[in-house]
Design a protein around this ligand. Structure first.
Ligand code: 0RA
Length: 188
């Protein structure tokens, strides 16, 4: 199946699409087609790259002075959970893309990097390919954001949202939790 057909198939499945949506899907499909180009390897080293990619975002939040705690836990079956108590990935509407900023960060290639440069990056540290690559290469990913008194979440499979960003509770705290399971079709 060539790329054009694949995109059309996606349209049939989701029924809602526009130019920005197509761009996002193309981006993440590219990551799944050539994972080595984005994370260097698909073995244990590649898995470690994914873990660092997620932690890097929390470290950036720490370097910006907004985070005092980062935890990494390896759960059964190499499911990875990274928790920080930073400000939380913004969840408000992204004006141009007309969807939650959280969804944009998670599903648009390099969107995270743009946020870094414009709003919160202080370090001159290593810069990765972004959490959207981790999302693309995970058969399951769950993002939770504690922010503005609420707990928000969205789940994905292979980079595709499984529903809208939802409020699932209240929270007095702020922070971001990313739980992901590397896709065994790609990572081995
Ligand atoms: C952009 C803006 C703001 C927070 C973040 C990014 C952010 C991203 C990640 C990824 C993992 N943990 C994170 N923590 C924060 C906040 C902008 C604001 O509140 O004014």
């Amino acid at each position: 199946m060539d790329m054009k057909q694949e995109i059309d198939q996606t349209h049939v499945e989701t029924g809602d699409y526009n130019a920005s949506n197509i761009q996002a899907l193309e981006g993440l499909e590219a990551v799944r087609k050539r994972p080595g180009m984005y994370i260097g390897a698909t073995d244990t080293k590649g898995l470690h790259h994914l873990v660092w990619e997620v932690i890097d975002n929390s470290v950036d939040e720490y370097l910006a002075g907004h985070c005092s705690l980062i935890s990494l836990r390896v759960l059964p079956d190499n499911t990875i959970r990274v928790v920080d108590n930073g400000r939380g990935i913004p969840t408000g509407m992204h004006k141009k893309l007309k969807k939650s900023a959280l969804e944009v960060v998670m599903t648009v290639l390099h969107a995270g990097g743009k946020f870094d440069k414009n709003t919160y990056k202080v370090s001159g540290g290593l810069h990765g390919v972004g959490v959207s690559c981790v999302n693309a290469l995970s058969d399951y990913l769950r993002a939770e954001v504690r922010r503005e008194g609420k707990l928000w979440m969205q789940e994905y499979s292979k980079g595709k949202p499984q529903g809208d960003v939802k409020i699932i509770g209240d929270s007095d705290e702020t922070g971001t939790t990313i739980i992901f399971h590397p896709d065994p079709e790609i990572l081995n």
